[in-house]
Design a protein around this ligand. Structure first.
Ligand SMILES: C[S@@+](CC[C@H](N)C(=O)[O-])C[C@H]1O[C@@H](n2cnc3c(N)ncnc32)[C@H](O)[C@@H]1O
Length: 576
């Protein structure tokens, strides 16, 4: 019955996933949250059909102890679950449904025929497509996890009966049989699948051989392109771990065959709860040998001069953001409630707004926007002014993190990304970072388009020249995606920053400017780096990490508006 409570909780209780996997209901759950999630989301998915069946059979009029939500859950199990209602035969609620077997079954047949579905299986497919909502216009992006398998191996096994098509558009507009596949032309080891295919039921998915990850979310690790001479990598904001495991796979693919990968990914995640998800994902993906996790660790409090990070040449920064580019794949579907006798006619309830959405606030004649944080909690922004303040706070926090990344002594590559569409969190942060004292003094510049890894160079959607202050080179260097342009990806932004050997050597008091990147990162020079006593002097900026950290606290944006979606939407690891 707890499932009914969780379903009826107000939308401010967050997404279904955060309700189930969060702390509030945890102690009370008798079954694994994955199981309850599957039951609750299936019930929502079928609720339009079930409402018809329950209303037409007048079940709630005959059985007064059934609430509309209980009615949905029990009738769902009775008619559609292989195991039937999971209650003892003698249980009153089970009996209340089962004694209407004939009526309920014939109403199911009528509902099926009204939808012109020749069989229950066809009806299932129709209901699945319908329930995808906005997401049916997007493929299911699947990253083949090369830590565990290979692209060809997956094409020959998990996807052997799929039809290969020649574009993402074909996947989206193709038949609804659920078996179309496109091998992406930009990001290696990435596939686009028909959205209705139940990928989470495959062994490849449950074993971590494939990972659900939107194409755009694969851009940062791919753009970072950490080569052997770049040494170790930091993922500063890691949970749930899509990009951490991606970058780990890239490191491994570049280590000599049959040798252990000597390089490390240092993964930080400030939030304890999300850190647990990161830990699970890293282990499931087989990235634990390469990844050193600091669970619950605030990246801003990490000392760049600590000996542990002396070989860190590349950093990936994917901080919390407004989440305005997220596609509502895992938005809790609308639940259609049966009519309860004696109350006003039935409601159609939207269970939550997992991503930003707009509602018309008729009283005040203005738009309300709902932003969603990393854990799916909603933040209602009811005026332009509030929105502006929120974006300002977020972008100041994002900039602080980025500048902290710039201070790692031998760092030479940094990527900065958000799943936001707002210039304030994207191009504006890039411009401010480039103009900062730290960037100027340490020689950081934008990673120009023509120096980017091939797939990113050829990706056609670039930054906005206007938002880049009219600087075309910066706009071209920035990579964007928009969720409604037919390319089948979420709204996203990523930019890369680089600095050359000379700047690093100069910054660290070494004017030999060795041409060998490996020698600089792995060689003796670091010993010299670590005898530098005063990081503020070394950075030449006066801005020490702890100053930056306190700046961030005052920004009020340390917590994000961005989805766990990166966890819920892209990686559903333990939810099915
Ligand atoms: C957008 S999510 C990251 C998604 C992740 N990169 C992925 O691809 O799966 C941002 C994460 O950064 C974490 N975070 C925010 N501020 C942080 C900080 N100062 N240090 C470490 N983690 C932080 C949030 O808790 C959240 O889990």
């Amino acid at each position: 019955m707890l499932t009914a409570d969780i379903l009826s909780a107000p939308s401010s209780s967050g997404s279904l996933k955060s309700r189930l996997f969060g702390n509030k209901y945890k102690q009370q759950l008798k079954s694994p949250p994955q199981q309850i999630y599957a039951l609750a989301s299936e019930t929502c998915k079928w609720s339009a059909v079930l409402k018809e069946i329950i209303d037409n059979s007048e079940l709630l009029r005959h059985e007064r102890k059934l609430t509309p939500i209980l009615g949905l859950l029990l009738v769902h199990d009775f008619l559609l679950s292989r195991k039937g209602i999971a209650l003892p035969v003698s249980h009153g609620l089970r009996a209340a449904v089962e004694r209407h077997k004939a009526r309920l079954t014939s109403e199911l047949t009528r509902a099926r025929l009204r939808r012109k579905a020749a069989s229950i299986d066809v009806l299932r497919e129709l209901v699945t497509i319908e329930s995808l909502g906005e997401a049916r216009l997007y493929p299911r992006w699947v990253r083949v996890n090369t830590l565990k398998t290979a692209l060809q191996e997956q094409l020959d096994t998990t996807f052997r009966d799929f039809t290969r098509v020649s574009s993402v558009r074909d996947v989206i507009t193709g038949s609804t049989t659920g078996k179309l596949l496109y091998v992406d032309e930009h990001v290696p080891n990435l596939l686009a699948l028909s959205p209705t295919f139940e990928i989470t039921k495959t062994h490849a998915y449950t074993s971590g051989a494939i990972i659900l990850q939107d194409k755009a979310s694969c851009f940062p690790a791919y753009l970072l392109d950490p080569r052997p001479e770049d040494g170790d990598v930091i993922d500063s904001c890691s949970a749930p771990g899509n990009k951490t495991t991606h970058v780990a796979a890239i490191l491994k693919s570049r280590s000599p065959a049959r040798e252990e990968c000597a390089r490390k990914v240092y993964a930080f995640e400030k939030d304890q709860h999300r850190a647990r998800t990161l830990n699970k994902m890293v282990n499931l993906a087989g990235a634990q040998a390469i990844t050193q996790m600091s669970l619950g660790q605030d990246f801003l409090k990490v000392n760049p001069d600590a000996p542990t990070y002396k070989n860190v040449g590349a950093l990936l920064l994917d901080p919390s953001c407004s989440g305005s580019g997220i596609i509502g794949r895992d938005v809790m579907p609308t639940i259609h409630l049966p009519e309860q006798p004696g109350t006003t006619p039935a409601t159609t309830k939207n269970m939550n707004g997992k991503r930003k959405r707009e509602e018309n606030d008729s009283q005040e004649g203005r738009q309300k926007q709902i932003l969603v944080d990393d854990d799916g909690q909603e933040l209602v922004v009811s005026s332009e002014k509030e929105m502006k303040a929120r974006l300002e706070a977020l972008s100041s926090f994002q900039l602080t993190l980025l500048l902290h990344a710039f201070t790692f002594p031998v760092a030479r590559r940094v990527t900065y990304s958000t799943c936001s569409v707002y210039a304030e969190e994207n191009e504006h942060v890039v411009l401010k970072a480039l103009q900062s004292d730290i960037a100027v003094k340490q020689g950081w510049r934008i990673m120009a388009r023509d120096t980017q890894v091939e797939g990113m160079r050829s990706w056609p959607v670039r930054g906005s020249p206007e938002a880049s202050g009219g600087d075309r080179e910066i706009a071209e260097a920035c990579i964007r995606s928009y969720k409604d342009d037919g390319r089948g990806v979420m709204g996203f932004f990523v930019a890369g920053f680089v600095r050359d050997a000379g700047s690093i050597a100069e910054q660290n008091g070494d004017f030999t400017k060795s041409e060998s990147r490996t020698a600089e990162v792995k060689g003796t020079k670091e010993h010299r780096i670590h005898v530098v006593e005063d990081p503020a002097v070394r950075n030449g900026s006066g801005a020490r990490p702890k100053d930056i950290s306190s700046e961030s606290n005052s920004s009020g944006a340390g917590e994000s508006d961005r989805e766990s979606n990166d966890d819920d939407e892209e990686w559903d690891g333990f939810t099915d």
